[in-house]
Design a protein around this ligand. Structure first.
Ligand SMILES: [Zn+2]
Length: 246
């Protein structure tokens, strides 16, 4: 009888451990509708990114590009602990992206490489990943953050394959608004926002880990709020190393 109970326990444990879903350390923006696997860039990808030639408030274009590169380094330095794509600067866009012409560069509607002609923007059709400095804030307020205000926005723009069977990200965009260019915004906070938005470019959704600290915690515990928290809370959120439990 004891042996029988033991056998049942073994069978139960076997079922438990072979049917457990994989535990992911992060939430993902997109998953494959059939397999449930997270969608991101193909491992080993180099993301060639194009940058808006305009300034961002007090930041010249060159300064803003230097900061975005620093934010990209933060993600690239996560290797070999994570399979992060590398970023490579591909050049400036040919015109300043503004509230007048942004429709050719960014759109909330994503699309698929199997039907690329249906993509709403030219940069999606060209598979050009773009970094945009929305100096007036009009792109964010009119298009991307129409429902709730935001200081920056990033997302995947094109997936390989089709809507029913999407493969990987093949194009993405990030837009940074005027708050980042204000002299009152610390540079560390600018970089933290850029790191966060690049996390979305890489396919990560918001993390709620340690959210109780955001609600009730002391200032000294704020460093445990993750980079992908929905709200930019502290200056050193741009570092990926403070994610352990306090
Ligand atoms: Zn976010």
């Amino acid at each position: 009888m004891l042996f029988k109970k033991f056998s049942i326990l073994i069978i139960f444990l076997t079922i438990l451990f072979t049917t457990q879903p994989k535990a992911w350390g992060y939430n993902f923006l997109y998953i494959n509708p059939t397999t449930g696997a997270p969608i991101g860039w193909e491992p080993g990808t180099t993301i060639h990114y194009y940058v808006d030639p305009g300034p961002l408030g007090r930041l010249t274009n060159e300064q803003a590009r230097t900061l975005i590169r620093a934010a990209m380094d933060v993600w690239e330095n996560a290797s070999p602990y994570a399979d992060v794509p590398t970023f490579e600067y591909a050049g400036l866009l040919t015109e300043d992206v503004t509230g007048e012409n942004y429709g050719q560069y960014v759109d909330l509607v994503g699309c698929y490489s199997d039907s690329i002609s249906l993509c709403p923007t030219q940069t999606q059709k060209d598979l050009k990943t773009v970094i945009v400095f929305d100096e007036q804030g009009t792109i964010l307020s009119r298009e991307l953050c129409e429902i709730g205000s935001c200081n920056a926005y990033a997302d995947a723009g094109v997936f390989s394959g089709s809507a029913s069977n999407p493969g990987n990200f093949v194009q993405a965009f990030a837009v940074f608004g005027p708050l980042l260019g204000r002299s009152s915004t610390p540079i560390t906070a600018v970089v933290a926002t850029m790191v966060h938005e690049l996390g979305h470019v890489l396919g990560l959704a918001h993390a709620s880990v340690n959210q109780e600290i955001y609600i009730h915690g002391s200032t000294s515990m704020a460093r445990y709020i993750p980079t992908m928290f929905f709200f930019s809370h502290i200056r050193d959120q741009g570092s990926l190393k403070h994610h352990a439990q306090p």
